[in-house]
Design a protein around this ligand. Structure first.
Ligand SMILES: Nc1ccn([C@@H]2O[C@H](COP(=O)(O)O)[C@@H](O)[C@H]2O)c(=O)n1
Ligand code: CDI
Length: 160
C-alpha cells in the first residue's frame, strides 16, 4: 500500500466557469487556468501521481503545451489513471477537501464523486469529497481563490 498527497490553488475571476470534480457550478466567478482549472481534480491527480512516485501534473501536462489549453481535467485524470496502470498501480480510495468560502458546494458533491468514481473505475463509496470555508480568513476566505487538498492510497496490481 502506498499513499499520496496533492494540493492545488486557482484564482477566482470573472468570465470563467467554476468546474469542480467535472461539475459546472453556478456562480458569478470561475477558476483561472490553462486547463479548465478544476482545482479538485488537480489535487487528486497530484495525490495519485505522488503515490506512484510519478512527479506532478505540471511535469506530465505542462501549461506551455497548447494541447492542454481549456482541456477538461477529467480527461487528464483518465491519463493519470493510465500512467498508474502502466506502473501496475490501481487506486484504493481517496479523500479530498475543497477550501472555498463560497459558493455552497455540498449539493454538488455527490455528482463530483460519481464523476471521479467513473473515471477511476471505483465505487463512489471509495471517494470522499468535503468542503470547508476558512471563516473569511486568508485568500480563500476573501473569495480570491479556491484550494483543494487530496490524499489517496494505491496498491500494486502486478510486478513492476
Ligand atoms: N464552500 C463550502 C464550504 C462549506 N460547505 C459546507 O458547510 C459546512 C460548514 O463549513 P465550515 O467551513 O463552516 O466548517 C461544511 O460541513 C461543508 O460541508 C459547503 O457546502 N461549501
Ligand atoms: C493542469 C495544467 C495543464 O496544462 O494547467 P492549469 O490549468 O494551469 O493548472 P495547474 O494547477 O497550474 O497545473 C498545470 C498544468 O498541469
Amino acid at each position: 500500500m502506498r499513499i499520496g498527497i496533492g494540493y492545488d490553488v486557482h484564482k477566482l475571476v470573472k468570465d470563467r466557469p467554476l468546474i469542480l470534480g467535472g461539475i459546472t457550478i453556478p456562480y458569478s466567478l470561475g477558476l483561472l487556468g490553462h486547463s479548465d482549472a478544476d482545482v479538485l481534480t488537480h489535487a487528486i491527480m497530484d495525490a495519485l501521481l505522488g503515490a506512484a512516485a510519478l512527479g506532478d501534473i505540471g511535469q506530465h501536462f505542462p501549461d506551455s503545451d497548447p494541447r492542454y489549453k481549456g482541456i477538461s481535467s477529467l480527461e487528464l485524470l483518465k491519463e493519470v489513471r493510465a500512467k498508474l496502470a502502466d506502473k501496475h498501480y490501481a487506486v484504493n480510495n481517496l479523500d479530498a477537501v475543497i477550501v472555498a468560502q463560497a459558493p455552497k458546494l455540498a449539493p454538488y458533491i455527490p455528482a463530483m464523486r460519481d464523476n471521479l468514481a467513473e473515471i477511476l473505475g471505483l465505487s463512489p463509496e471509495d471517494i470522499n469529497v468535503k468542503a470547508t470555508t476558512t471563516e473569511h480568513l486568508g485568500f480563500a476566505g476573501r473569495g480570491e481563490g479556491i484550494g483543494a487538498y487530496a490524499v489517496c492510497t494505491i496498491h500494486r496490481t502486478g510486478q513492476n
